[in-house]
Write a protein that binds this ligand. Structure first.
Ligand SMILES: *Cc1c(COP(=O)(O)O)cnc(C)c1O
Length: 368
């Protein structure tokens, strides 16, 4: 490949040249300028979720999962119990984290094309008084399904329970207002809809919940209470910060605002998703989810039913044309995924559909 491929994946994803350029400088972790950058970043992130009054933004080194694990370990007390809502691989991962951390949990699983409903959550909470926390995935990236966050959050709050949201693949693109949607923790990361590079997560934590979470964490490095306390006291990250990632995310956020913020980001991803769905439908590729529950983040497509179709071969052919796709993550049906997020627009989506069509023709799977 002669130039940078377009990543149509759920992260890492395509970044702008300006964001990559922001990584050309070395920062000292003690440096006042760098610490100002971090503080500034956290303030901007809080603004996106309208959380200044109610929440702290606690950044954390690592990929998104590190931040999810940190949130559960820090905010669920050792005698807590988590109701984990599952309709895909990331939901399964939440349950696995509870298990590894030794937190009591119970799962409620729906099919991969079935959102969890608020009525389900209400019934489950009423049936088990020992539940203290509910954890869910906002957009389940393993299919692209959207779970009804606002309704579930309301039910959880009405019953006096606490909510932990993995909004990794939706934050920054789908609206979430901390003043309307009550939660103890909302988790996202640098390398998704904000179009930064991967390397850090961040957790919006309810201020009171975090204040009461001292000593909960079974981990030193993933203790959000400690991370926050240290940062509040010194202005610095507790351990070596991912300096280039912070600088890139800061630059990505400047562009995010220049481009019109969340509404514009949502709009662009929705256009990407629509042009992808239309283009793929025209070459006979069906999406796995009905439109009503499809988030404009990533689309799962049924693989062509043809013995000449092999994902590995298909992937290489599409890659040679400049686009990186993603394998499917479903157990029952053969699928592949195409992301709608990143520094791409409808032009790239149309070109991607063209590349897919050409690859399938080369494989003699497509005859039009
Ligand atoms: C990307 C993602 C994560 C984090 O995955 P990492 O590989 O650790 O970055 C978690 N949850 C969801 C829903 C995601 O899309």
């Amino acid at each position: 490949m002669t130039h940078t491929p377009v990543l149509l994946t759920p992260g890492p994803l395509t970044t702008s040249a300006r964001t990559r350029q922001a990584m050309m400088l070395d920062w000292g972790s003690w440096d006042r300028e760098f610490n100002t950058l971090t503080a500034n970043l956290c303030q901007q992130l809080l603004s996106i979720v309208n959380g200044h009054a109610s929440h702290h933004c606690v950044p954390l080194q690592g990929s998104g999962t590190f931040a999810v694990e940190a949130a559960i370990g820090t905010l669920v007390p050792r005698d807590g119990k988590v109701l984990v809502l599952v309709n895909g691989a990331y939901g399964q991962r939440l349950a696995r984290i509870c298990q590894v951390l030794g937190r009591a949990f119970t799962t409620f699983e729906t099919a991969e094309d079935q959102p969890t409903t608020a009525a389900d959550v209400q019934r489950l909470i009423r049936a088990d008084a020992s539940i203290t926390h509910v954890a869910l995935i906002h957009c389940e990236t393993s299919t692209g399904i959207l779970n009804p966050l606002a309704q579930i959050a309301q039910v959880v709050a009405d019953h006096g329970k606490r909510l932990i949201i993995d909004a990794m693949s939706s934050f920054g693109a789908l609206p979430i207002d901390a003043a309307q949607v009550p939660f103890d923790a909302l988790i996202a990361a640098s390398g998704k809809c904000l179009e930064g590079v991967p390397g850090m997560g961040f957790v919006f934590t309810d201020k009171a919940a975090l204040a009461g979470a001292e000593g909960n964490s079974p981990s030193l490095a993933l203790d959000l209470h400690d991370q926050h306390a240290y940062m509040a006291r010194t202005g610095q990250w507790r351990f070596t910060p991912p300096t280039h990632v912070v600088a890139a995310l800061h630059e990505a956020l400047l562009q995010y605002h220049e481009q019109g913020g969340l509404a514009a980001r949502h709009q662009r991803y929705a256009s990407n998703c629509n042009s992808l769905l239309d283009g793929m439908a025209a070459i006979g590729l069906r999406s796995f989810l009905p439109a009503a529950i499809q988030a404009p983040i990533i689309v799962t497509f049924h693989a062509p039913r043809d013995p000449r179709y092999q994902f590995a071969d298909f992937y290489e052919r599409v890659k040679a044309k400049g686009f990186i796709l993603y394998p499917g993550k479903l157990t029952q049906v053969e699928t592949f995924r195409v992301g709608c997020i990143g520094c791409v627009g409808p032009h790239e989506m149309r070109a991607a559909v063209q590349a897919v069509a050409d690859a399938l023709r080369e494989m003699e799977v497509l005859h039009i």
